[in-house]
Design a binder for this molecule. Structure first.
Ligand SMILES: *Cc1c(COP(=O)(O)O)cnc(C)c1O
Length: 374
């Protein structure tokens, strides 16, 4: 267990962030309380417009979580039982379990060692007649290599649904994460770069057809009040979340640049340390460092040594998706997706958050250097 002293460094510090925006948040919450409108009101509407503008899409649809954003996007595109959807084997479980929840089959693809994102070179043999979509995950805050993925998707008539849950604000050749495929999905889980004070999510799209479908799907398929043309969900974003998120959106660019500055300091400090591979920033865009994730071969030992120093380094994610217990029935052998498995064994995310001081960044880097030489 980490030793909790005044000197300890958490993975992130939401209380410090709240301290820096307390008055703005309280004013925003007060106005929701005075309005007594809690679901899909003016705040949600304004957030949808602001996020569509920020990310560069025509439409944005607020939903109850990032998971629901993915689920509704797949359903709206027509993914049904027996269909197949290609997902990277290295991600948070939500990327795959939305597929299986719809009765469809997640087909796992390996990742690129350097960026931890879907490897466009390893997709060809995964496509069947039933493949409907592909979900690139912009893991840790960096976009996947989208151009070859889009080209592959066009060739095989697959829809591209971006899982941009960790990457709001990141770019790929000048385009924001979530605005590159047909649909992009954001999460406002509290620890994300744009986090609410509860669950929330957003779907981004340029397609007016998808936009209309998704608006209906999040509210029982209603196309008019109390008239449902098809089955849907209750997956709505609430006014309190939207009010908080609108305040935080005004700070997002500044926060993301501090994350980038901290990442730069880490990489400088770790550049020539044997046994540590700092994350690569791909030439195709801006990384927003939702996580700063290094590779260390003796990962568990190093993590324990850091914990003894009061530093909370975290493993996202220890088990690749194809080897998750819920997918045992799919029969994937250990060793079948080697890069995803190696990432799961070696990845270690260091504390990174905008309220972190440069001294704390140096202390973490020094502790890591020390831990790897033990
Ligand atoms: C957080 C996350 C999700 C799910 O978002 P929720 O809002 O927690 O439902 C999906 N995919 C990835 C990669 C995530 O990091």
């Amino acid at each position: 267990m980490p030793t909790h002293t005044a000197n300890s460094i958490p993975p992130l510090d939401l209380r410090a962030q709240y301290g820096s925006i307390r008055e703005e948040i309280q004013t925003a919450l007060q106005s929701v309380l005075e309005s007594q409108i809690f679901i899909l009101g003016a705040q949600v509407h304004a957030l949808e417009e602001e996020l569509a503008a920020y990310c560069g899409t025509r439409f944005a649809i607020g939903v109850a979580s990032g998971t629901d954003a993915l689920l509704l996007a797949l359903y709206a595109w027509g993914v049904r039982p027996e269909d197949e959807v290609i997902v990277p084997a290295f991600s948070y479980i939500a990327t795959a379990d939305v597929v299986s929840l719809l009765g469809a089959k997640p087909v796992f693809a390996d990742i690129e060692a350097a960026t931890f994102t879907l490897d466009p070179g390893k997709l060809e043999r995964l496509v069947t007649k039933r493949t409907r979509a592909i979900i690139p995950v912009h893991i840790y805050g960096q976009t996947a290599n989208m151009e070859p993925l889009l080209q592959f998707a066009r060739q095989h008539k697959l829809q591209v649904i971006e899982d941009a849950a960790q990457a709001i604000g990141a770019t790929y050749r000048g385009k924001r994460a979530g605005s590159i495929g047909e649909v992009g999905c954001l999460s406002f889980y509290p620890t994300k770069n744009l986090g609410g004070y509860g669950d929330g999510g957003m779907i981004l799209t340029n397609s007016s057809e998808m936009h209309e479908k998704l608006r209906a799907l999040r509210m029982h398929g209603e196309t008019r009040k109390y008239v449902s043309a098809e089955q849907g969900w209750n997956s709505r974003l609430d006014e309190i979340q939207a009010a908080v998120l609108r305040v935080k959106l005004r700070h997002l660019e500044a926060w993301n640049s501090i994350r980038r500055a901290h990442a730069k300091s880490y990489t400088e400090a770790l550049a020539n340390v044997r046994g540590v591979t700092p994350p690569k920033v791909a030439e195709w865009g801006d990384h927003v460092f939702h996580q700063y994730t290094v590779r260390v071969p003796r990962r568990d030992e190093v993590q324990r040594a850091l914990a003894n120093d009061g530093i909370a380094a975290t493993v996202y994610y220890p088990v690749p998706l194809h080897l998750q217990p819920i997918y045992t029935h799919l029969g994937h052998a250990s060793g079948s997706l080697p890069e995803a498995e190696r990432a799961a064994a070696e990845c270690l995310s260091l504390p990174i958050y905008p309220e972190m001081s440069s001294e704390q960044v140096s202390r973490v880097a020094e502790a890591l250097v020390h831990a790897t030489q033990l």
